[in-house]
Structures are given as structure tokens and as C-alpha cells.
Ligand binder design. Structure first.
Ligand code: AMP
Length: 278
């Protein structure tokens, strides 16, 4: 496994690598979710490239950029065990040199849900992903369904900026009790960890209500909110049942729907989602 720090070296490695090239961008602190992306990419590509970069541009001023868990040594050994060929671990100044002033703004879909509660977040995501796709020029790039809106944002910028990758979305990896695996789960106290189950439970409730014939989206959102509000540690940012491509909120569920939510458990903000009716 080669580890490179500069964009030029990463591009040079991949320009002569055997194709297809698969790319897995991460912010490190690797867990089973990242490993699922790496394994999926490993099995489908001749060359597997990955990146570790905690991207300051996607964190708000009050968010956890400085506290975000970092353990590059452990991440590199996990990447090696997953069969990664090349890892890009740039320093901050390599990605954002002094005077950097070019950003990618994805439109309408980036203003919804996470975009509303984390202003500037998707501008940061879209900018760094555009740069990584432009440097690596992969045949395929892998993203987790856990960040469903991010997948839509990435698909749109990849198509509209003609970056030419196939964007592959990998299903959400969960703990045995249903909690979606996340780098931020390490912040949860034992009580918060228990309360955090309410995200998955409310998504399961939505699935059950739809299966029982309920198609009124507002009624399902209401029952989800009621379930979450029963947990004193939980504070809802949003509960959404939206069109899977436009993210417009639905009145009735007639075809497929993205059920997503963001909930603060204590000081830890968690997101999760499921797709219904597909
Ligand atoms: P991050 O390091 O948090 O930026 O995540 C890197 C990639 O891993 C993103 O594409 C995430 O959507 C994906 N990911 C994070 N958690 C999970 C999970 N539980 N299951 C599947 N993919 C995930």
C-alpha cells in the first residue's frame, strides 16, 4: 500500500494504475461502515484508492472539527487489511492552500434537510469531493447511504461538472441493535447510547405504518416525532419523508420515499434514514 501526501503524487499513482480504479473518500476514524465501502470497492476494481482528510470546509463554526476523532495509524492499518493500493492523506494546506477561493455550490437539493441545519456543509462537501474526483479521476467512487443527501449532492456535482465517475451507493451498516455505525457514536455516554436507538426505532415505525396501509406522510412524521420526544435526551432537528430524488416533502407516499431524520442525543448530533416503497 502506497501512502501519498500530495495531489500530484496521488494523480501520478492513479494515472498509471490498472483500471478500473475505485475511490473511497473518508474522514478517517474508520469503522465497519467505511470497511463496507472499501470491501465493495475492492471487489469491483483493479485498483483501490482511498483518502483520509478531515475537511474543515464542511464543519460549521460551532461544530466538532477540532474534536473530530483522528487516528491515522489505525486507519492506515485497516486500509491495508482491506486491500487498499493507494491512500491520499493530504495536509490541510495541500487541499486548501493559502488564498484558496474556489467553491462548488450544488443548488436546491443541498439547501434541504442537512443543508438547512448545517449551513455551508454541502458547499464544503461538494468542494472537497470535486477536488478528489478531479485529482483521482476514478472510474467509480463509493459513498454510504447513511449520508443519503450527500449521495444526491455528489451524484449531481459528478454529473453536472462532467467528472465522469460512476457513483456507487453502499447500504448503511448498523450495529446489532440497529444503531447506524458512525464515527460520532464514540461521543455517546452509555445512557445516550441507549437513547440513540430511537432513531432506528422511529424509522422502523415509519416502515411498519406504511406496511399497515398508512400513506399519509404527515401522520407518519407525527408518530415518529412523538416516539422520539418520549426520550428526554433526544432533541429533533428534523423528521422528513421526502421524494428520493428532489427531497421535496411528500403529502402522500405513493411510490418510493426517503425517510430521514437528524436528532441530537445530548450534544451528539446523529442522522439516519431508510428508503421506503422501492
Ligand atoms: P466519513 O468518514 O464520515 O466522511 O464517511 C465516509 C464515507 O463512509 C461516507 O460515504 C459515508 O456515507 C460512509 N459511511 C459512514 N457511515 C456509514 C455506515 N454506517 N454505513 C455505510 N456507509 C457509511
Amino acid at each position: 500500500m502506497k501512502v501519498v501526501q500530495t495531489a500530484d503524487a496521488f494523480r501520478a499513482e492513479l494515472s498509471t494504475a490498472e483500471r478500473p480504479v475505485g475511490l473511497v473518500p473518508t474522514m478517517g476514524a474508520l469503522h465497519a461502515g467505511h470497511m463496507a465501502l472499501l470491501h465493495r470497492a475492492r471487489s469491483a476494481n483493479a485498483t483501490l484508492a482511498a483518502t483520509i482528510f478531515v475537511n474543515p470546509a464542511q464543519f460549521g463554526p460551532q461544530e466538532d472539527f477540532l474534536a473530530y476523532p483522528r487516528d491515522t495509524e489505525a486507519d492506515l492499518s485497516q486500509m491495508e487489511s482491506a486491500g487498499v493500493d493507494v491512500v491520499f492523506t493530504p495536509a490541510l494546506e495541500e487541499v486548501y492552500p493559502r488564498g484558496f477561493d474556489t467553491y462548488v455550490d450544488v443548488g436546491r437539493i443541498a439547501t434541504r434537510l442537512e443543508g438547512e441545519f448545517r449551513p455551508g456543509h454541502f458547499r464544503g462537501v461538494a468542494t472537497v469531493v470535486s477536488k478528489l474526483l478531479a485529482i483521482a479521476r476514478p472510474d467509480r467512487a463509493y459513498f454510504g447511504q447513511k449520508d443519503a443527501q450527500q449521495c444526491l449532492v455528489v451524484k449531481q456535482l459528478n454529473a453536472e461538472l462532467n467528472l465522469g465517475a460512476e457513483i456507487v451507493v453502499v447500504p448503511t451498516v448498523r450495529e446489532d441493535d440497529g444503531l447506524a455505525v458512525s464515527s460520532r457514536n464514540v461521543y455517546l455516554s452509555p445512557d445516550e447510547r441507549k437513547a440513540a436507538l430511537v432513531l432506528h426505532r422511529s424509522l422502523s415505525l415509519a416502515r411498519r405504518l406504511l406496511e399497515e396501509g398508512g400513506s399519509n406522510a404527515e401522520e407518519i412524521r407525527r408518530q415518529m416525532r412523538t416516539l422520539i420526544d418520549e426520550k428526554p435526551l433526544a432533541r429533533i432537528d428534523y423528521v422528513s419523508i421526502a421524494d428520493t430524488t428532489t427531497l421535496d416533502e411528500l403529502d402522500q407516499i405513493t411510490g418510493s420515499a426517503l425517510v430521514s431524520l437528524a436528532v441530537r442525543i445530548g450534544n451528539v448530533r446523529l442522522i439516519d434514514n431508510i428508503t421506503l416503497g422501492d
